[in-house]
Design a protein around this ligand. Structure first.
Ligand SMILES: CC(C)[C@@H]1NC[C@@H](O)[C@H](O)[C@@H]1O
Length: 440
């Protein structure tokens, strides 16, 4: 066995090339919370004080259980009006059928989007498990849909040639704790910090490793404090079982392969591999209250990918399916649009590295990004003007030869008075970002 259950051994693990190259993944938040599918679209994480103003008005529809437990606020009022004050969260198992779910359709759509890995919530904070786990009957095989949703999805994703990872909420389990969490402190100090719960989380994570051999272990928030000594055993078993496996950074700072950012991006990493995860709107779980206006636009989604990849990140964009197993049209439309763009422009995305310059804002309003591979430098222009326009890039970052545009538009490129001058020709109105390739 290459890895021993000691942190010195674990620390020898490096980020596998596939994870660095693939750049785009699909997060999926699907669970009991998809039945009510209701949250107050208060605002983006990081823009609202992380106290009652966030927790009682939580825009995350997957936090429905906790939002109702608050006992006040819009979600509590919606729950009482819609289901009655005595309707407990666990009763949503009787209403969740997934009657229109076809995992092959999901996998086909994700493949078309250009994504190369898929990470579903196997158990979110509510404690309901989406696989036939032997550690609790509070799962989708024993209750609700009556199916091992994760096995079916894993098979469909892999049959499309994509990698399958697993999300698991290690720290929180609202099926075990019953108080509302109304502060960051309460979220990180739940009262299920028993050895028994730490063992439960460890056993379920080991079961996920042995059952699915997932390419990514995506733990959320933190790991049970009485289970921290278990982690070297978990990581060693995981890496020995899945040699190309990779883990995120939400394990109480014990270890990570890559860092994660959730919505607010702040200072980006360059040297350290990282992953940007967010919904297309303000929520991860499907929120029936959200309209198209709450979602990033089709072109903003592409720019989000570019702005992430240019800084050495992967974009893990979230899909929040409806309870019946269909994907909301607004989300499907954006994934297909992204996929069409990737069909033409993916050489500037897949298997690239950050360039010496990542981004610059031009006086004319366009924002230009750079990526590179061994043979080319790519210049990605977001918000290009319709028709013909001229970009002037002062003190260009390179002097290599212009090769071609990636797409159906023209360009003339020259160096003039120390500027890289690019004439963009025949850009359609509302165009997605356009890419020019230069030969090293
Ligand atoms: C990034 C994503 C996995 C989010 N992590 C924190 C959770 O509270 C939230 O519901 C969502 O799962």
């Amino acid at each position: 066995m290459k890895f021993k259950p000691e942190m010195d051994s674990i620390r020898t693990h490096t980020v596998p090339q596939w994870y660095d190259d693939c750049k785009l993944g699909i997060f999926i938040h699907w669970g009991l919370y998809s039945v009510p599918a209701w949250a107050y679209p208060s605002g983006k994480l990081g823009t609202i004080p992380f106290d009652e103003r966030w927790f009682a008005y939580n825009p995350y529809a997957e936090w429905y259980c906790n939002s109702v437990r608050a006992g006040f606020g819009p979600t509590y009022e919606h729950h009482v009006k819609t289901y009655g004050a005595d309707f407990d969260y666990e009763s949503f198992t009787d209403l969740w059928k997934a009657e229109r779910w076809d995992p092959a359709q999901w996998a086909e759509l994700f493949k078309k989007s250009g994504a190369r890995y898929v990470i579903p919530t196997t158990k979110h904070h509510d404690g309901f498990c989406l696989w036939n786990t032997k550690y609790t009957d509070y799962n989708s095989y024993q209750k609700g849909p009556g199916r091992d949703l994760m096995k079916e999805l894993c098979d469909a994703v892999r049959s499309e040639g994509m990698r399958f990872g697993v999300y698991y909420s290690g720290m929180l389990n609202w099926h075990v704790t019953h108080n509302a969490m109304m502060s960051d402190y309460e979220v990180h100090h739940p009262n299920n910090i028993t050895n028994g719960y730490a063992d439960f989380a460890y056993n379920q994570m080991m079961e996920l490793v042995d059952t699915f051999e997932p390419s990514v272990l995506w733990n959320d928030l933190d790991w049970p404090l009485k289970g921290l000594d278990d982690l070297p055993y978990l990581f060693a078993h995981y890496y020995n079982t899945v040699p190309e496996g990779v883990v995120n950074d939400r394990w109480h700072d014990v270890w990570f392969d890559y860092k994660t950012k959730e919505y607010h991006r702040g200072d980006k990493f360059l040297e350290q591999k990282w992953e940007c995860c967010q919904g297309m709107g303000l929520s991860f779980g499907y929120n029936q209250v959200e309209t198209d206006e709450h979602y990033v636009s089709h072109n903003e989604l592409i720019t989000l990918l570019i702005d992430t990849v240019a800084y050495n990140g992967n974009l893990l964009i979230n899909v929040g399916p409806k309870a019946d197993g269909t994907i909301p049209e607004e989300q499907e439309s954006r994934l297909l649009y992204l996929g069409k763009w990737m069909e033409v422009n993916s050489p500037a995305i897949y298997s690239t590295k950050p360039f010496s310059r990542q981004k610059e804002e031009l006086e004319t309003g366009e924002i230009v990004y750079y990526t590179q591979n061994d043979s080319s430098i790519f210049l990605l222009v977001t918000n290009p003007k319709a028709g013909n326009s001229t970009l002037r890039i002062p003190e260009p970052a390179f002097s290599c030869d212009y090769r071609k545009t990636l797409g159906n538009f023209g360009a003339n490129v020259a160096i003039s008075e120390g500027n890289l001058v690019i004439d963009l020709l025949d850009i359609p109105a509302g165009s997605a970002p356009v890419v020019l390739e230069f030969t090293k």
